[in-house]
Design a protein. Structure first.
Length: 236
């Protein structure tokens, strides 16, 4: 069985209106962070609409074909294209149309970022955890580990994806590594400044959700003020 892990930095509150031009602007600033390489053709998919949060439908889902086999299905994207440079994608996205869903690959992790987050040659787990690539996602944002249910927590995320899974690490261990990495701090600062969250205390619904999440909430305080947060999604 193939396992994969996504470390996601997500925005947990009602999203802003986002246009194609907004996405292009974010990607240009992401390029300035110097955290990724384009080593193979990348893919961008965008669906335009009124708002990101007009419904909670995912952009992709599994449909069973037989009792043992399922296929991935996707919405009908308005724009689907491959690109080899960031200029190609930003030129295609410069649009005033509002974005409903998006999934945009953003290249591979710089080696020094990958090496700071990877778990290899572990005697307790022979499946190495190696984050490999970036992608930006606009859709209902879910977090989960291999044992938990899905928790839907927001609408926007910047993600680091790779093969493997955490064990014997804890999620909080991975988050601490990410927060110590100066290159990743440039990305988290960009997210917070480009699509800011109004600082406020969480309501009881937020606190209850954080309590239910257990180890998927990697922070000490259940009453932590609203902000962008680190999340995890393991699958396999």
């Amino acid at each position: 069985m193939s396992f994969s892990t996504t470390l996601r930095f997500y925005r947990p509150t009602k999203p802003p209106l986002v246009t194609g031009a907004d996405l292009a602007g974010f990607i240009r600033k992401f390029v300035d962070c110097n955290v990724s390489n384009i080593e193979w053709p990348q893919t961008a998919k965008v669906k335009f609409g009124e708002r990101i949060d007009q419904d909670e439908d995912p952009a992709s889902w599994y449909e069973p074909v037989t009792d043992l086999v399922s296929e991935v299905q996707e919405i009908d994207w308005d724009v689907t294209f491959g690109y080899r440079t960031m200029d190609e994608i930003t030129d295609r996205l410069d649009s005033s149309n509002h974005v409903y869903r998006a999934c945009i690959e953003l290249g591979s992790l710089k080696p020094e970022i990958r090496e700071s987050l990877q778990r290899v040659n572990s005697p307790e787990n022979n499946q190495d955890l190696v984050p490999e690539s970036w992608f930006l996602e606009i859709e209902p944002t879910a977090v989960a580990n291999l044992e938990s249910e899905l928790f839907y927590l927001g609408w926007m995320s910047i993600n680091l994806w790779g093969y493997g899974y955490l064990y014997p690490w804890r999620f909080v261990d991975l988050v601490k590594r990410a927060e110590r990495n100066e290159q990743l701090q440039r990305v988290t600062d960009l997210c917070r400044s480009y699509w800011p969250v109004t600082s406020a205390g969480p309501d009881e619904r937020h606190i209850s959700a954080r309590r239910q999440m257990g180890e998927l909430w990697p922070y000490d305080e259940l009453d932590r003020h609203l902000d962008w947060y680190w999340g995890l999604k393991e699958s396999g």
